[in-house]
Design a protein around this ligand. Structure first.
Ligand code: ADP
Ligand code: MG
Length: 216
């Protein structure tokens, strides 16, 4: 609701997001598109509680996240949201399984339960033969699937993806796209994707166009 984000002050101030309001329904897939520097990442980061707006209010699953303390916000992020980034952001010195298991342990699952759940999820994403591989031994598409498994481990209501196919070849990009589609349409999660990738329009229920920090 009426969310803005300004970086810096005075002459160098940049308004990255400028009085934006919209809502996304449960199970909906929304694609946010717009030129480079238009405020897409800033907007998505605020929706995920990774960045605090300068003004305005953000509500996720009934909780006004802009009112929460850092500690409360960290909890909501861990339990209600999953993040997928262009650069995968998985830990290079942990195996596929360990990367995913870690998120379960952080949210309080026993190592055994977290491991079991991680392994089932990786299996579902066709990585059962790669559980004990380090990311460096895997393709970009496989690394992004680890990131998706990690994002899903705590069964989040909301999945946020920033250019998820940006570093992938077209076949892996298509796989990731179909996974995001299924996350919303089979599992009933809400999916918000920021992307330049025109193909993602095919799975989106709605496309929001952002330019100079404003949705048109
Ligand atoms: P997009 O993801 O659409 O390319 P961004 O949200 O990354 O756009 O950036 C929007 C604007 O905000 C750009 O002008 C960018 O330079 C600026 N910006 C983003 N993050 C920061 C930051 N941490 N400090 C200062 N300016 C920033
Ligand atoms: Mg960006």
């Amino acid at each position: 609701k009426d969310v803005s984000k300004q970086f810096g002050t005075g002459d160098t101030a940049v308004t990255a997001v400028d009085h934006v309001s919209f809502s996304v329904g449960t199970g909906e897939i929304v694609l946010i598109m717009g030129p480079s520097g238009s405020g897409k990442t800033t907007l998505l980061s605020m929706m995920g509680g990774l960045l605090t707006p300068t003004s305005g209010q953000i509500q996720v699953n009934g909780t006004v996240i802009t009112d929460l303390s850092h500690r409360q916000l960290a909890r909501v992020r861990l339990q209600a949201m999953g993040f997928v980034f262009q650069s995968f952001n998985i830990l290079q010195n942990l195996t596929a399984l360990e990367n995913v298991q870690l998120v379960g342990e952080l949210s309080g699952l026993s190592p055994t339960t977290a491991r079991e759940r991680a392994s089932q999820l990786l299996k579902k994403l066709h990585l059962e033969k790669r559980l004990h591989y380090l990311p460096a031994k895997l393709s970009g598409g496989q690394q992004q699937r680890i990131a998706i498994a990690r994002a899903l481990l705590n069964e989040p209501k909301l999945v946020l993806a920033d250019e998820p196919t940006g570093n992938l070849d077209s076949k892996s990009g298509h796989e990731v796209m179909m996974l995001l589609h299924n996350i919303a349409k089979e599992d009933g999660r809400t999916v918000v994707i920021v992307s330049h990738d025109e193909r993602i329009k095919d799975i989106a229920d709605r496309v929001l166009w952002i330019e100079d920090g404003q949705i048109s």
